[in-house]
Design a protein. Sequence first.
Length: 133
Amino acid sequence: TEIYTLSLHDALPICLFNLLNQLKKGFHDKSNALEIKLEFEELLDYIVYHFACEEIWMTHTGFGLIDEHQQEHMRIKQRILDIYQGFQNGNISILNTFHSLSKLIIAHIQSSDTTYGYFASDKLSSKLMTKRR
């Protein structure tokens, strides 16, 4: 029997997508407004946690683009709050709310998080090569 484990780096995006899918399910099941509000708040709380973890890792590894990445995190958090407020005020449809959130998060993972992933991977490879010499 093989056992697979995920590092925290890998598990965080999975948790994020699970929360997004939970919110999407609430939209499709036409959950009541309180349930959707709670799911949105859980997503917001998790994003704050997720970004804090990333920033700690970046600081620890000496990532040179951390200031830019932190600014992007601040913009994303604000955009998510704007989407949430638009949804609460009835200015954004459920479908547009979900698509806006998904696009925002996926774009961040595919660009900035991938850049950091390459950096961290290269840094780890360099440490392993140094230890072998």
